[in-house]
Design a binder for this molecule. Sequence first.
Ligand SMILES: Nc1ncnc2c1ncn2[C@@H]1O[C@H](COP(=O)(O)OP(=O)(O)OP(=O)(O)O)[C@@H](O)[C@H]1O
Ligand SMILES: [Mg+2]
Length: 317
Amino acid sequence: METGINRPQKHQGSGAPLTGAQVGDANPPSGERMNEPVQQAQSASPAEQVGGADPRKNLKPDAQTKIDIQHLNFFYGSKQALTDVSLPIREHQVTALIGPSGCGKSTFLRTLNRMNDLIPNTRTEGEAIFEGENIYSKSTDVVLLRQRIGMVFQRPNPFPKSIFDNIAYGLRIQHTSGKQLHEIVEQSLVDAALWDEVKDRLNTSALGLSGGQQQRLCIARALAVKPDVLLMDEPASALDPIATLKIEELITELSANYTIVIVTHNMQQAARVSQYTGFFLSREEYKGRLIEYGPTVEIFEHSKRKETEDYVSGRFG
Ligand SMILES: Nc1ncnc2c1ncn2[C@@H]1O[C@H](COP(=O)(O)OP(=O)(O)OP(=O)(O)O)[C@@H](O)[C@H]1O
Ligand SMILES: [Mg+2]
């Protein structure tokens, strides 16, 4: 049977256009880590506490579930890093994962495209259903899975190749060539809001780009193989505030066509870019549990758990 992760990739021209817009009201990011910035007076409204951003923006309450994670446990050797995590990743929405250092956010993100498989002596239990198929099934084609569910890391990691070859890399593996290759490279750079800055230097080294440009290049590289889902692990934490804002605007634009999961320590950023938020904690008794999940506005303004409220208001981290 041809299912999501077994379906061959087909390129269909340049892909759907991005909607743009809906990013104009983002406040300049602070670039601060989560537990530093939210020091406003207790009387400030939660919306003000998250920088005046409105997490209701772009919320689609009826968005379909793109990945349905059920009872996920994850182990590094005998050490349990995730315990009984269940949540839906909603289609064409941005889901933010927040929580203190070491609570399992990156581990969770990597379970979604089986990047943890690359770490020896690890074990995953539970299910993550992506287009009708369990990501953790033995029959899953992990190469295809990672094309469909792409990843962008905290530190930009361009290959020591030209800008063009960075984007073309995965396409050539898929045997795309000629005019189509050039078209997809250009469209990926356009979609990653980088084309205008690099169109005259496509054959120069990607390592000559600024950090923010390198990160958008990595996003373009991920987009080139036409993923459905983009996983982003603190994609702006190594960037200055202007480059951070560009990445945030880009995430908002991309969410019209892609499902995005972002890990962030920056509460303002979570509020600016995400429609849904999951809060993780790891303590002796918890071991990487999802404490609360819901629409971002609920998590920030009406959290059901005291731990969540304390965390999003900066009382602990
Ligand atoms: N390769 C590994 N081998 C063993 N333990 C690991 C490995 N990677 C992470 N861990 C442990 O798993 C737990 C979760 O780590 P993870 O990196 O997922 O946390 P995180 O929430 O992303 O933290 P941070 O906010 O600091 O990035 C931590 O206790 C960490 O030490
Ligand atoms: Mg991490």
